[in-house]
Design a protein around this ligand. Structure first.
Ligand code: ATP
Ligand code: MG
Length: 386
């Protein structure tokens, strides 16, 4: 395995100071699957203070978990001291973090066999739980006794399904049974962490695996609304890798007000909440003529192209005709901002209060019917009924 120069340097430095150092977790898994790792996590027998003494530039990013970030050439590398987790409270956090000088202890606390392989150029792979065989056979298998591991940290159940979808792996039987038996413990996990895993699943290439989630007994606790929906999982994989588009497709058919509530429950950001709600709300909008297209542009605002993609997916349509129509209205006025009539113009005409807004809306509708009317004089005449 060819390591990036800085990673190799860090491992050698640790070694030369009498410590062990390995890359571990996602990067080893990705490498064994023939994928370029996106970052390298390093695990070491050295204590955080020792790591800080060895490298000149470090940051205490996660010192309470034993993680020090070493900075080389402006890039950060997370180095974590071998750890065993102490007693767990509330199926969430270990009560204390206990350092160990044994790699085996550190690997045993990891969630799945595929994530529990360590490597360094000197010792090669340390694969105490046969993670390489599980990668080969595309299997997610808990390290140790899965039920116990899920009770320690219930988020691992979401992670199991998420990895299954990201990697297109199946969940080993014993692990899956343990997951189903302990599904209700997901209620002890914060919605932010559940959402993070759920969104990663949705953004994966294998939404067929959503089926595992829906049959797991976990969805009841954070998203019961999709349980009895007929979702074409495979279709999701073909959509843009955009959480707004994919969620809107999944929520299509649920009343827009409810969708808004769901998105708020998931504590999504405001922009996504509004976008998903708007797309579901207008997904059945009937596009007939150019006027209807301009109106839809007005209603959906910047979400309009995401909306068209979702419309196409629910209708099984290429949307070619509609896209042509959108192109045709590209430069037409569809918003008050683009309207060549402003509140001030109306005030000059003696119009006051609520009537101003009403007149502007009326003028905009007039222009959306006939774009060539977007001229101040024409609109003033129209408003005054001349
Ligand atoms: P990704 O590509 O999504 O980053 P990853 O395997 O690197 O995948 P991380 O969440 O970054 O996943 O975690 C790094 C490693 O830490 C994992 O590979 C695993 O060994 C361990 N780990 C992370 N979360 C848990 C957990 N909840 N329980 C046990 N081990 C965990
Ligand atoms: Mg990672």
């Amino acid at each position: 395995m060819q390591l990036p120069k800085n990673v190799d340097y860090i491992l050698k430095e640790l070694n030369s100071k009498g410590h062990e150092g390995y890359i571990v977790g996602g990067c080893v898994r990705d490498y064994l699957m023939g994928k370029e790792p996106h970052d390298y996590d390093i695990t070491t027998s050295a204590l955080p203070e020792e790591v800080k003494a060895i490298f000149s530039h470090t940051a205490d990013t996660g010192i309470q978990h034993g993680t020090v970030t070493v900075i080389i050439d402006k890039a950060g590398y997370e180095i974590t001291t071998y750890r065993i987790d102490g007693e767990y409270k509330d199926n969430r956090h270990p009560e204390e973090v206990v350092f160990t000088d044994k790699l085996s202890g550190d690997l045993s606390r990891r969630d799945f066999t595929i994530n529990a392989i360590a490597y360094n150029p000197h010792k090669g792979y340390v694969d105490l739980f046969n993670g390489r065989a599980d990668i080969e056979n595309k299997i997610i298998r808990g390290v140790g006794e899965p039920a116990k591991r899920f009770r320690e940290d219930a988020l691992r159940m979401m992670r199991a399904v998420r990895f299954s979808a990201q990697l297109d792996f199946s969940i080993e039987e014993n692990t899956l049974n343990a997951l189903k038996e302990n599904a209700s413990l997901i209620k002890n996990i914060s919605i932010e962490r559940i959402r993070e895993e759920f969104f990663k699943l949705i953004l994966s290439d294998h939404n067929e695996r959503l089926d595992i989630l829906l049959n797991s007994g976990m969805t009841e606790y954070f998203l019961p609304e999709i349980l009895d929906k007929d979702i074409e999982y495979e279709k999701i994989n073909t959509l843009s890798r955009d959480i707004v588009i994919r969620l809107a497709y999944i929520f299509y058919g649920i009343e827009a007000g409810m969708v808004n509530k769901i998105m708020k429950r998931l504590k999504a950001d405001n922009k996504s909440i509004d976008a998903v709600t708007a797309i579901v709300k207008y997904a059945d909008y009937e596009i007939t003529d150019l006027y209807s297209v301009r109106k839809l542009k007005n209603l959906a605002g910047e979400n309009v192209y995401s909306l068209i993609e979702v419309m196409g997916a629910v209708k099984n349509s290429s949307m070619n005709r509609e896209l042509e129509m959108f192109k045709a209205v590209e430069n037409d006025c569809c918003t008050l901002k683009e309207l060549n009539l402003k509140g001030d113009d109306l005030i000059k005409e003696g119009i006051r209060g609520k009537a101003i807004g009403q007149a502007l809306d009326k003028a905009l509708d007039y222009v959306m019917k006939e774009p060539c009317n977007n001229l101040k004089e024409v609109l003033l005449k129209y408003i005054k009924g001349e």
